[in-house]
Design a protein around this ligand. Structure first.
Ligand SMILES: [Zn+2]
Length: 73
């Protein structure tokens, strides 16, 4: 019997090819594309948090990194 075994909605890491559950939200804005109050988000697992954060921060896009559990809470 496969009742009630639907997993809770899991957010998957935004990194290419990664299937891990996301633990972090990277909040960013590209001033060339977005108005200053616009916020884009990527989600990342623990392994990719630094990689994605670095990608955004070197471009000056990264606003903040917050734990997924706290984001939007
Ligand atoms: Zn990942």
């Amino acid at each position: 019997m496969s009742t009630a075994d639907a997993p809770p909605a899991t957010v998957i890491c935004s990194a290419k090819g990664c299937r891990r559950a996301a633990e972090w939200v990277l909040v960013w804005n590209n001033p060339k594309l977005h108005t200053p109050d616009r916020r884009k988000t990527w989600v990342a697992c623990g392994e990719h948090r630094d990689h994605l954060g670095e990608f955004l921060s070197v471009r000056g896009f990264l606003k903040e990194t917050v734990p997924l559990a706290e984001y939007g809470a």
